[in-house]
Design a protein around this ligand. Structure first.
Ligand code: ZN
Length: 478
């Protein structure tokens, strides 16, 4: 043996065991362990698999000092097996070290125990969530249960990371944390033990989360003592996939044939700014002068149907009259910009007047939607230095447009579509108004045609982020 450190007997034992298993094959019964014989025995059983691409091996050891049973699932690839086996070996090694340390003081008949089991959740024919529970009790001490999860794809021979299935930026983490808190409140038996601060700490690092998914829920697991006092044990929180829909990797879920119903969720639903593909074909639809009680709801409906996100440049006075409608637009995940309070020609206004127009509009929008507007579009596209100064102060870039649908002039759905389809380019900002019925009439055909040409619909901020635009504009785009 060529080891750097002094060989400990447990290590030797594991090595020996691996050798025996390797040499004698998979079905080896030296002696019936259940007979309670205290001499060193070893049982190896292999169960036939009900899970395509996955087998399981349950190893039982029964010695004078301890008993251990380890269930260890095996895929056909080492990319999957190696990390899982490494974790299992680590558990066993730690256990054996405890046993070694305690064996000198142990009373006869009192044996340590390691029980490592796995719950296999089949998502489809190649996706599995493996949830390991390791229970160990060494001499005298209390038993301890630990959880570990591996989510595997046996078709692609890899272990999935959280980043594969969802965005886990700060907004997402906050959102998930608030759901976890809400769900925990439903678990009466654990409520008294929850340690708020520990929970926060534990959720801070998504790459360390212990999670699994199935067709309906995303589940988070917490070890004993991780987020609650010991009496609560291990904790499991199920989060319905539909409440995470804005963070999930939709492409992957549809590839996996996992669908989930999106429900109305009145709570905070901010637009999620997924990074765009620099070579992608994007267009930003913008709607000015609303919200309008007759037209805006129709616009929202069409956008939803095409899973399109747009930007609404709202007027303060309209928001003041229809705050619920403004809120609905924000909740649907669209971006809200300001279009001033009352649509004056700002180019003719003093710094004081411009500031009042923009500040009032901003307050009205915030009061209704809960967030300040992120962008500003001057009425008529008219600007002066005061407009530039105030928008810089308020950190709302000036957004103009590259395609004017002329909906305000034609008031005709067909004419609107004709202009848009003629002038649109990748990266266009399209100007429309959600106050004309003809614009709402034009929208279904417009989205259908643009989608057919490969366009994706994004917010203005997303479009700007693509070009890493800095400063306050004005921005017209392509
Ligand atoms: Zn306008």
């Amino acid at each position: 043996m060529n080891r750097k450190k002094k060989p400990l007997w447990p290590v030797w034992l594991v090595g020996c065991m691996v050798l025996i298993v390797g040499t004698l094959g998979i079905h080896l019964i030296v002696q019936d362990a259940r007979a309670g014989n205290s001499s060193d025995v070893e049982t190896v059983e292999v169960s036939p698999s009900a899970y395509p691409g996955l087998n399981i091996e349950t190893r039982t050891k029964n010695t004078k000092h301890y008993i251990s049973t380890i269930s260890s699932p095996l895929a056909d690839s080492k990319e999957i097996n190696t990390p899982i086996q490494a974790w299992i070996n680590e558990q066993e090694k730690n256990f054996l070290a405890e046993v070694e340390a305690g064996s000198k003081t142990i009373h006869s008949g009192q044996r340590a125990e390691l029980n490592l089991t796995v719950e296999t959740n089949k998502i489809n024919d190649h996706l599995y969530s493996l949830v390991f529970t390791s229970y160990q009790i060494a001499y005298g001490a209390n038993g301890q249960t630990m959880i570990k999860t591996f989510n595997i794809d046996t078709a692609e021979n890899r272990i999935l990371t959280l980043a594969d299935i969802m965005v886990s930026d700060k907004t997402a983490v906050n959102h998930i944390q608030s759901i976890v808190k809400k769900e925990l409140k439903k678990q009466e038996e654990v409520i008294p033990y929850i340690l708020e601060e520990e929970l926060q700490k534990s959720m801070k690092n998504p790459s360390e989360w212990k999670w699994s998914i199935d067709n309906e829920v995303f589940t988070l697991y917490f070890n004993e003592y991780e987020i609650a006092a010991g009496a609560a044990g291990t904790i499991q929180v199920n989060i319905p996939l539909k409440s995470l829909h804005s963070y999930l990797n939709k492409e992957l879920f549809s590839k996996w044939n996992i669908s989930y119903v999106v429900e109305d969720e009145p709570e905070e639903k901010k637009p999620i700014q997924l990074p765009l593909d620099p070579k992608g074909k994007y267009v930003a639809l913008t709607f000015d002068d609303g919200p309008n009680p007759k037209v805006t709801p129709r616009v929202l409906k069409t956008l939803e149907k095409y899973d399109a996100k747009a930007t609404f440049f709202m007027l303060g006075v309209q928001v003041e009259y229809y705050p619920n409608l403004a809120k609905k637009v924000a909740e649907a995940g669209h971006e809200i910009g300001s279009h001033s309070k009352s649509h004056p020609n700002l180019a003719n206004m003093s710094l004081y007047e411009v500031r009042k127009q923009l500040t009032d509009a901003s307050k009205q929008i915030e009061a209704a939607t809960g967030a300040k507007p992120t962008l500003f579009r001057p009425p008529y596209g008219a600007m002066n230095d005061a407009v530039k100064k105030v928008t810089t102060e308020q950190k709302t870039p000036i957004i103009l447009w590259s395609v004017d649908s002329l909906d305000w002039k034609s008031r005709n759905a067909q004419a609107v579509n004709k202009v848009v389809m003629r002038d649109v380019r990748p990266g266009s900002i399209i100007l429309m108004h959600d106050i004309h019925r003809s614009t709402a009439d034009a929208l279904p055909q417009m989205l259908k045609s643009l989608k057919k040409q490969g366009y994706q619909f994004v917010t203005v901020s997303q479009l700007l982020s693509l070009n890493k635009s800095k400063g306050n504009g004005p921005y017209y785009h392509q």
